[in-house]
Design a protein around this ligand. Sequence first.
Ligand SMILES: Cc1cc2nc3c(=O)[nH]c(=O)nc-3n(C[C@H](O)[C@H](O)[C@H](O)COP(=O)(O)OP(=O)(O)OC[C@H]3O[C@@H](n4cnc5c(N)ncnc54)[C@H](O)[C@@H]3O)c2cc1C
Length: 429
Amino acid sequence: MENVDICIRGNGIVGSTLALLLSRLNLRVALIGNFQAAKLPDIRAYAINAKSKSILESIHAWPTEPSCTEVQQIRVSSDEGELIEFAHELMGSNAAAPLSWIVEVDALEAELAKALKLSSVQCVPYSASLESSSESSSKRSPSRANSSLSHLSTVPAPLTVICEGSSTRVLGKENLNTYINTHTKRTPYHQFALATHVTFKNPDQKHWGIAHQWFNSFNNAPAASVPPESQKEFEILALLPIGGSSGNTFAVVWSTSEKRNHELALLSDAELTQALAQSSKNVFPDLVAVSARQSWPLALSSAAAWCGRSSAKESWVLCGDSAHSVHPLSGMGLNLGLGDAYALYELLHTREKEHLTWRPLSELRLLRSYERQRKLAILPYVQFIDKIQLLFASGYPIAKLIRNQGFKAFNALGGLKEWTIKKAMQANF
Ligand SMILES: Cc1cc2nc3c(=O)[nH]c(=O)nc-3n(C[C@H](O)[C@H](O)[C@H](O)COP(=O)(O)OP(=O)(O)OC[C@H]3O[C@@H](n4cnc5c(N)ncnc54)[C@H](O)[C@@H]3O)c2cc1C
């Protein structure tokens, strides 16, 4: 394990993709992660946009049907029943293209693992026992986690890329092989996302490639001592079509308060069918659970510095959820992370193409240009997602008025809808 140029820590989707992209350059790449076959299954399915699809195709890691499903239409409903529909016509000259693709996480990870085996990337197992799941969210007030982080195994290299996901900041601070001097600002959303799979009771019914999302709010029992914004229960229910174009199954992402998350996780299958009927405003009265339920705490997070020196000849840089995480309401987190990976690859590709390899990989000027570019690129998306979440989470009547009038106005402005969907498709660079 000597003479490694780039050490990537974390073999999630972002770390593995970056390793495969960089292995196309004249660089020796090591990837540290959990490569055990007996990993717990991940029930999630991700909405992937066209840019991310092309990145994954370029490294031969794009899953085919039935693990990948084209989205032909998206229907979003507000808490007052206003409906926004996104369909093909909005794509203008590219009208035949799907709006996005829903890809099952396990299938995508399996494709990446296959591609890694065929590549020159050196895969190094790390001690997964350090991984912490203690990411419980508490208050919405911003908290500052000091991440003078780092942990276990690392391979000495001029450049270390941290792709350890949002758990980066909660890992142990001992065994500091690499010193990463940054702060992660973490703002819990007060919500958990429950993921599961459901299917139509009637096997002849299909999902027709339509993704659905409901922004719901309902009153809790009022209490004089509780401010109005806390008396409201707010949830986002998303049903994403999976199983291919003729499939009849949805991947559920249900973002709710922690209390409701616990309740939903404990419902019997029949009770879950009922809860889904209620939250989908009876659009789907008969969806049946077909898988286990898993939950994730949700937070907005961003690291202050995305790169720095760890020693005189070594530097580090952050990529993916280690640098930023967002609410899954718009299905953007991984798309932004893949954009980070591609931007870093492009930078190092240019270094090679323009015969600039005399510039050390640890050079901060190089890494800072990546940091600047990515921070600027993701800012509008992160702010948009956060504002939408805040607007719907608020119990104040003015917020209710704004969001429902906003839905109406948005629907009436065809040009704005078209712009939004095109932006979402391109949202990587
Ligand atoms: C419910 C839910 C639904 C979502 N849906 C979407 C969606 O539809 N579309 C979308 O784009 N995004 C979505 N996201 C966001 C998406 O999950 C993340 O943005 C994405 O997983 C980030 O990938 P990553 O590789 O950066 O981090 P991770 O997926 O967290 O991977 C990090 C990896 O690093 C490993 N690791 C940790 N510490 C170390 C260490 N010290 N050494 C070595 N390895 C280590 C971990 O084992 C893990 O494999 C969703 C998120 C949630 C919670």
